[in-house]
Design a binder for this molecule. Structure first.
Ligand code: Q9C
Ligand code: ZN
Length: 365
């Protein structure tokens, strides 16, 4: 094991934040056909910002623009071009609209035996179902701008760590881990954590781990790195047999080709408590220690909290401190990227507690 990253009591944790996320504010999503108020709200990021701002150890940093290249290194450039034009074209034909979601998706089974390689529809409503994959991820005014800025937030945090910081926190909104190479999904448009991981590889990291502790499996991140031996993906999540994203996150999925063994899925049962989660975290950390990454990116979702409106785990706030401490004890630099967490009242405190656990000095024997 290399020497652990020294974090002194005076350590300040850089928080990369931008108000651009406020522009992304769709009013509702569809949950199994039922319109419901959007859970992924601007207030989420504002609650986290407000809580961290109340602790002098957290210092706020603006993101620096990184342009399109780091996005195109991970995503199909067609996805970015679609997201860039979609809202403009929707209101050009339907000016009264406040948000839009596809009504027809390119389900692979529609084309059984005919090949799925259909051209991208030029009609924007058709293209929504070509690039989109669920009804929880609307596009509205400002969605693209917010999603672009969230990428720069993650990249700026990655740069701080590449430059020698032991820890940096990217207050990303919208989140990213459900977005695979060529689709948007699950409140996510660009995969902030994956783009940061690739950026660190491009900046010279030999091995990068993405540890995903969001309640939901990060199907997008897994897909992007599934064949990669240099980027490990380790996830603890609600078992996809009952939880979104339903079609990925099974324990049997362990990577393919040169990436065989570099994907580790730990699906967990409903009601998962602090003790069972801790046991799974021990396994996750063993796998990470064996991989020996230069840097760990954490996809931090606190929708594992007992009171979260969409998760079904039973974790307490104390368990978030323990999670942060366990990751810190791996002794690698950490880029923490915000993903989910929907109990608005508890969200700021839960994230603060996680980061406090990660940054607090500990005596190791
Ligand atoms: N009936 C993140 O936490 N809808 N995304 C779930 C459950 C999508 C969650 C519906 C949940 C996406 C980043
Ligand atoms: Zn989640």
């Amino acid at each position: 094991m290399p020497a652990r990253v020294p974090l002194q009591p005076t350590t300040s944790v850089a928080v990369v934040y931008s108000p651009a996320h406020l522009r992304h504010a769709p009013a509702f999503e569809t949950n199994c056909g039922e319109p419901v108020a959007m859970l992924e709200l601007p207030r989420r990021a504002e609650e986290i910002r407000r809580t961290l701002a109340g602790d002098a150890r957290f210092g706020f940093v603006d993101p620096t623009p990184h342009g399109e290249a780091p996005i195109d290194a991970v995503h199909d450039p067609g996805l970015r071009r679609f997201l860039e034009r979609a809202w403009r074209e929707v209101i050009a034909s339907e000016p009264h609209r406040r948000q839009v979601v596809a009504d027809t998706y390119l389900n692979v089974r529609l084309r059984d035996g005919m090949g799925i390689d259909v051209p991208e529809p030029t009609n924007v409503f058709g293209a929504l179902g070509y690039w989109g994959s669920d009804t929880a991820t609307p596009i509205a005014d400002g969605t693209y701008e917010a999603a672009r800025e969230a990428v720069d937030v993650a990249l700026t945090a990655a740069d701080l760590v590449a430059g020698g910081a032991g820890i940096a926190y990217a207050l990303c909104r919208p989140p990213g881990h459900h977005a695979p190479r060529a689709a948007f999904a699950g409140y996510c448009y660009f995969n902030n954590a994956a783009i940061a991981a690739q950026h660190l590889v491009d900046r010279g990291s030999h091995r990068v781990t993405v540890l995903d502790v969001d309640y939901h499996h990060g199907n997008g991140t897994q897909q992007i790195f599934y064949e990669r031996p240099d980027v490990q993906y380790v996830s603890l999540h609600g078992d996809p047999r009952r939880a979104y994203p339903y079609f990925a996150g099974f324990a049997e999925e362990t990577g393919t080709g040169r990436g065989a063994g570099a994907t580790v899925n730990l699906p967990l049962p409903a009601g998962c408590d602090d003790e069972s989660y801790h046991a799974a975290m021990c396994r996750a950390c063993d796998e990470i220690a064996r991989f020996a990454p230069d840097v760990v990116i954490v996809s931090l979702g606190v929708d594992t909290f007992g009171n979260d409106p969409i998760g079904d785990f039973a974790l307490t706030r104390d368990s978030f401190r323990a999670q942060g401490a366990m990751v810190s004890d791996l002794g690698r630099p950490m880029v923490i990227v915000q993903e989910g967490g929907y109990d608005i009242e508890a969200l700021g405190g839960n994230v603060h507690t996680w980061l406090d656990g990660a940054a607090a000095p500990r005596n190791k024997t």
